[in-house]
Design a protein around this ligand. Structure first.
Ligand code: 6PG
Length: 242
């Protein structure tokens, strides 16, 4: 894993930097008359990015060619307050002119195993394949204090190496079922970005980036792009121990 570390003063600055990345990459894809395929994570961190994109990039990003997929989804309806789709829809998707046909929601309300299979089939149809797995242009990840990413938790590391692209995970504390991309599909992406902010993440970030003891027990240690790089967009608080 080759980490590219970008540290910003505030979470807002990190969000702006990721928004600029999306703008730059999507404009490159526009020149190639190609779509820009992004997989979004959930949780609280991306909310700031969604707000920045909706408020400040409404007229600059070529939204008609951006296609939105999900890294993971809680097994709840899209209207549920914990829905990752619901978060993205409320703060971004309903505010920018992304065609409905470009939004590929994981159906959290469906039978989990059946939806995992359906979504994998969808990815294989909608995305280019690379080394036998669907390839995203960008996978946006968060990181839990326990070192989880996507919905791959430390007690279920086998999802990092699963041969399926989409699996059912279970949150270790709540027991909540989740749909999640698996490690092999995440690692085929052209670019993988961790957006991590807040002092509560400083310890786990340090353990992973500085490859401290037991970092091999943390799922986030295993994800990277197909070229082996991994881009971190951090605020100073999260980067405090680096
Ligand atoms: C989810 C996310 C998950 C998230 C981390 C960090 O569905 O919850 O995909 O992997 O990125 O838990 O969450 P925060 O951004 O809320 O700290």
């Amino acid at each position: 894993m080759t980490p590219n570390i970008n540290v910003f003063e505030r979470p807002e600055d990190a969000a702006h930097a990721v928004a600029e990345l999306i703008l730059t990459r999507s404009k490159e894809k526009k020149k190639q008359s190609q779509p820009y395929n992004i997989a979004l994570s959930g949780g609280s961190t991306p909310k700031l990015l969604f707000t920045v994109l909706a408020q400040e990039y409404l007229d600059s990003v070529p939204w008609h060619l951006v296609r939105f997929f999900w890294v993971d989804e809680r097994c709840v309806p899209p209207t549920h307050p914990e829905s990752n789709f619901g978060l993205a829809y409320k703060h971004l998707l309903k505010k920018v002119p992304v065609p409905d046909a470009n939004i590929f929601r994981m159906q959290g309300e469906a039978d989990p195993q059946g939806e995992a299979f359906r979504y994998q089939t969808l990815l294989e149809k909608e995305l280019p394949m690379h080394k036998g797995y669907p390839q995203f242009d960008l996978v946006l990840l968060g990181m839990g204090e326990d070192g989880h990413t996507a919905s791959i938790f430390p007690n279920n590391m086998k999802l990092l190496h699963s041969e399926v692209s989409v699996a059912v995970g279970i949150h270790p504390d709540t027991g909540q079922k989740r749909l999640t991309l698996t490690g092999r599909t995440i690692n085929q992406a052209n670019q993988v970005v961790f957006m991590v902010t807040g002092a509560s993440k400083s310890n786990v970030l340090s353990q992973i980036i500085q490859m401290k003891p037991d970092n091999d027990k943390l799922p986030a240690s295993y994800v990277h792009s197909q070229s082996g790089t991994i881009d971190f967009y951090l605020d100073k608080a999260a980067a405090n121990e680096l």
